[in-house]
Ligand binder design. Structure first.
Ligand code: AMP
Length: 433
């Protein structure tokens, strides 16, 4: 058997080159913004009964039709790796009666999602999303606040320029009326549409507006606008979302062709697109909207208004500038002893542990090779100080401290050295790796 590799479209994130550091930073930035907006983190399993997504995402969507990783477990139950986070979060909110404890629930999540798409730059089979959801608040202010959260987080990463596209799909009646209007418009043109759009005409005509096929573009342009089909209450809601967004300072453009691939949206939908060109064809950073019918669709006895979004982590990282590696304060303990000299090596490990407990990042070359190569490793690791321990130091309870910047060497008691390094380390603070 040849060398084993990761599954196609699923990637490792490695510490070298700062990759893991960029991920940790992004996750910390997301948690920070969510905390400031009052959104608490929820963690759901990456695997659910397949039925959840059939009901929650919709049968006639690409995700459910073609992209889900669905399999039978040992008990013959049909499970799916989650293709998105909203259905799971709503399932959890219903299962744990989250709304019985408070009238409005604000949740955030982050983690891997799975879709069997054709891998490309910015499109993977395991990818990651960060998302936020607000349950129990039907007001347009909730829509605006959640969109503002997404925009604020994206801005905090230094990603840009981005464009926020906004639309309203209206309520169920509007959708039905608009669907009929689209079918009436596209049916006489069916011969000229792409095969995919022709298939959508029967099953999910709104999705024709998503098409990027050149054969569909001229016909899309003349299609009726959903904004003309909104009823008075939908229109009022949309006007208020726009007013609140303007008040929060989030720039947006209204795009009546934005329909989104998922079935569960009602009224407001939005998408954030990177317009810098850094992402090529996969330029959508994230999207979301209102989904007032999803709770009842998933079995809630009470209807619960809801709004949420999800952003793609890999795409945010592709679009975000690479911040310089933060300066970290680390020290190295070097044992001036041969391999068999257990008391000195044990003292070196003991000193490292005390320093670590004092909050100081401390490296030890546990191979205990020659002093020269231990010193080289300390300098490669950009240690600020080297702490040298030989038999004499151990006998006297002392440490030789070498400042790698100045080359200066001093000797002092263990306690003194630890106190000094603890102070220097905490004065520098520490940044995520
Ligand atoms: P969606 O759940 O389809 O609305 O997607 C929301 C965001 O998740 C997209 O805008 C992308 O940034 C990201 N995303 C969706 N699918 C993928 C994928 N296969 N690979 C990488 N990112 C994805």
């Amino acid at each position: 058997m040849g060398t084993l590799q990761a599954v196609t479209g699923m990637n490792d994130v490695l510490p070298g080159g700062g990759d893991t550091r960029r991920w940790l930073r992004l996750e910390a930035a997301f948690r920070d913004v969510c905390a400031r907006y009052g959104y608490a983190e929820v963690r759901t399993p990456i695997c659910e009964y397949a039925e959840l997504f059939h009901r929650g995402v919709g049968e006639a969507t690409d995700i459910v039709e073609k992209e889900m990783y669905t399999f039978e477990d040992r008990g013959g139950r049909k499970l799916s790796l989650r293709p998105e986070g909203t259905a799971s979060a709503v399932r959890a909110a219903i299962e744990h009666a989250a709304l019985a404890q408070q009238p409005v629930v604000r949740w955030a999540y982050l983690g891997p999602m799975f879709r069997a798409e054709k891998p490309a730059k910015g499109r993977y089979r395991q990818f990651h999303q960060v998302g936020a959801e607000v349950y129990g608040d039907p007001s347009p202010a909730a829509d605006a606040e959640c969109i503002d959260l997404a925009a604020t987080f994206i801005r905090s990463l230094g990603v840009g320029p981005v464009s926020v596209r906004l639309n309203s799909l209206g309520g169920a009646d509007t959708r039905r009326r608009y669907r009929d209007a689209l079918v009436a418009y596209f049916t006489p043109l069916a011969d000229r549409l792409s095969e995919e759009s022709r298939a959508r005409l029967a099953r999910n005509p709104l999705r024709i507006l998503d098409s990027k096929d050149p054969r569909d573009l001229p016909h899309k342009a003349g299609a009726p606008s959903i904004l003309d089909a909104l009823d008075d209450a939908d229109r009022e809601h949309f006007e208020q979302v726009k007013a609140f967004l303007t008040a929060t300072g989030v720039p947006f453009t209204v795009d009546p062709t934005l329909v989104r691939g998922l079935d569960y949206y009602t009224r407001t939908v939005f998408e954030v697109v990177d317009v810098s060109g850094a992402l090529g064809a996969q330029d959508a950073l994230g999207a979301g909207g209102r989904y007032d019918a999803l709770f009842t669709e998933l079995g809630s006895a009470q209807p619960v208004p809801a709004f949420g979004f999800a952003l793609g982590v890999e795409r945010l990282l592709l679009a975000a500038p690479d911040a310089p590696e933060p300066q970290r304060f680390t020290v190295s303990v070097v044992a001036a002893a041969k391999a068999g000299d257990t008391p000195v090596l044990a003292a070196a490990l003991g000193l490292a542990k005390e320093l670590r407990e004092a909050g100081v990042e401390t490296l030890v070359d546990t191979r205990f090779v020659s002093m020269k190569s231990q010193m080289r490793r300390a300098s490669d690791a950009a240690s600020r100080y080297v702490l040298i321990l030989g038999g004499d130091e151990v006998a006297k309870g002392e440490v030789t401290l070498k400042d790698l910047a100045s080359g200066e060497q001093t000797r002092a008691s263990r306690a003194e050295v630890i106190a000094r390094l603890r102070a220097e380390s905490s004065a520098q603070g520490s940044a995520p790796r």
